[in-house]
Design a binder for this molecule. Structure first.
Ligand SMILES: [Fe+2]
Length: 153
């Protein structure tokens, strides 16, 4: 699987969970917490594979350097919001506002990657390179998923 396909699938999954999370009712606290945990795990792993495998390669090319540096900053924002949400009761205005912020930030980040970063990257990297990056990210994703599942047991 090439890098773009893998990352776009991740984006679609995150958007789906975010949508569900934003639509939950205040008295569905347990469901909210469960969806939030699922989202946090997915975004943590997604950010990790991008930051350790994809971005370091993109950062080296002049055409993709600036957009990649921006993406690191956006990941920081997303992680900060996830951290704040982890310490917030899943009821009330504070939670709603944070989920709204997270949804906007993730949507912006996804749009920027898919409409700016990926087209720029596809002009710089060969299909083979993109396949290799995709394979490495997929392997690391699976490793992380297994690790998280094991530590949750
Ligand atoms: Fe990202």
């Amino acid at each position: 699987m090439d890098a773009f396909t893998l990352l776009k699938n991740d984006h679609a999954e995150a958007a789906d969970v975010l949508q569900k999370l934003a639509a939950t009712d205040e008295d569905a606290a347990a469901e909210r917490q469960q969806l939030f945990n699922k989202l946090k795990t997915a975004l943590d792993i997604h950010a990790h594979i991008e930051e350790t495998i994809f971005y370091p390669v993109l950062k080296q090319e002049a055409e993709t350097r600036e957009i990649t540096l921006e993406a690191y900053d956006e990941h920081k924002e997303i992680k900060d919001l996830l951290k704040q949400l982890s310490g917030t009761e899943p009821t009330g205005n504070a939670w709603d506002n944070l989920v709204g912020d997270l949804k906007r930030t993730v949507e912006h980040h996804v749009k920027e990657e898919e409409t700016e970063m990926f087209p720029k990257a596809s002009a710089v990297f060969s299909q083979q390179q993109l396949e290799d990056l995709g394979t490495r990210m997929q392997q690391e994703k699976q490793r992380q998923q297994q690790q998280k599942a094991a530590s949750a047991r």
